[in-house]
Design a protein around this ligand. Structure first.
Ligand SMILES: *Cc1c(COP(=O)(O)O)cnc(C)c1O
Length: 388
């Protein structure tokens, strides 16, 4: 059974992975254990307590098993948000005086935590261009401890040379931490590629239904214990009700993400061929600057794409007004297609020149493909583009 289980495919792992069998009382679905605290033996220590904030109660542990199985990790811990997962991981691995490398253009919350709070915690950092490995070595200092990247960047959908990140960091004994939210374990499994710790905003693909906020951290037992004990003190554990919804969401992860990969690929090709579109950012397109290594590293190119519309803001406004299926909203990874203008949302805080410098132009639109029928989505985009 051991060997066979190791070879289970993602669809099977998504339904059964990491869960005890039989589940309690023979229930097909692992139940919600809502209790705050559990009876303990007189000799149990603090770390043996089953208490909700310590993320050690039965439904929480069950969720951790699923998440570890999905990422092929030894252990996992769920968090009350993606940000709780990321900040707890950084705080768990870095101490006063340490320096770390972080990719430029990380998710806004992560970027702000680093630039606004890391210094106050006695940490220093260098933001590096994840696309230019030749620039990394100059940023390393004797006290550099960690390298933080994202699998796929927002909103230009770049894929850094992730294998080079691992090689580079290993040679210098840096911990490699990766935010795998955009890829999901269906398209990339960082731990199998040598990353030390993998984090998610489970709010996005892992849950997939735009109805909760959660995060998680996956890695070796030692790494996850370290993060969990830090998170226990920060108070970032996930409530069992939200955890139940997340566990339910993960069961369809493989089906959803594969459909989203296909839809994004089809939509990217249609957009690329449309006269009103200036350019499309999707790693599945042969024209994408990262296509070659994305093809080698990823098992799917993801459900996220962005494109520039000809005609400036008036055309953008006409397009958004005409689209009938996508919601105009930030966030991503759910079953509903969402479209957003990054210059007015995720990157609104940057000065216009800075936005232009990094390629977040006013006419850039980002799409998170849902699971609607691809032909309906394509037809909707076509009619809206024709009128834009
Ligand atoms: C949304 C997101 C986060 C933050 O997650 P929350 O669940 O909102 O805290 C972090 N990283 C990436 C890449 C995200 O998309």
């Amino acid at each position: 059974m051991g060997e066979e289980r190791k070879q289970q495919r993602m669809e099977t792992l998504a339904v059964h992975g990491g869960e005890p069998r039989p589940r309690p009382e023979g229930s097909v679905v692992f139940p919600i254990y809502q209790g705050t605290v559990y009876a303990m033996s007189p000799e149990a220590g603090y770390h043996d307590l089953q208490y909700l904030r310590l993320s050690s109660t039965p439904s929480q542990r069950n969720l951790h098993g699923r998440l570890a199985a999905l990422e092929g990790g030894e252990a996992a811990v769920a968090a009350s948000s993606g940000m709780a997962a990321i900040t707890s991981t950084l705080i768990a691995h870095l101490k006063q005086g340490d320096h770390f490398l972080a990719a430029d253009g990380l998710y806004g919350g992560t970027h702000d935590f680093i630039t606004e709070r890391a210094g106050e915690l006695g940490l220093s950092y260098t933001l590096v261009d994840a696309q230019r490995p030749e620039s990394w070595a100059a940023a390393v200092r004797p006290e550099t401890k960690l390298f933080l990247v994202e699998t796929i960047s927002n909103p230009l959908i770049r894929v850094p040379p992730l294998d080079e990140v691992v090689t580079f960091a290993r040679a210098r004994k840096l911990v490699t931490a990766i935010d795998n939210t955009f890829a999901s374990p269906i398209n990339f499994q960082p731990l199998k590629h040598g990353f030390d710790v993998c984090m998610h905003s489970a709010t996005k693909y892992l849950n997939g239904h735009s109805d909760l906020v959660a995060g998680c951290v996956i890695g070796s037992k030692a790494t996850v214990t370290r993060v969990r004990r830090t998170m226990n003190l920060l108070g970032g554990s996930l409530d069992p009700h939200a955890g139940f919804l997340l566990a339910r969401g993960t069961k369809t992860l493989a089906l959803r993400v594969r459909a989203q990969n296909e839809t994004a690929t089809a939509l990217a090709r249609v957009l690329a061929g449309h006269p009103k579109v200036e350019g499309v950012n999707y790693p599945g397109l042969e024209t994408h600057p990262d296509h070659a290594h994305a093809r080698r590293l990823l098992s799917g190119f993801g459900g996220m794409l962005s494109f520039r519309l000809r005609g400036g803001l008036p055309a953008v406004e006409r397009l958004l007004a005409r689209l009938e299926i996508p919601y105009h909203a930030p966030s991503l990874g759910g079953v509903e297609t969402l479209i957003v203008r990054p210059a007015a949302s995720s990157h609104a805080g940057l000065a216009p020149e800075e936005r232009r410098r990094i390629g977040v132009t006013d006419d850039l639109l980002r799409v998170s493909c849902g699971i609607e029928h691809v032909d309906d989505l394509v037809a909707d985009f076509r009619q809206a583009l024709d009128a834009a």
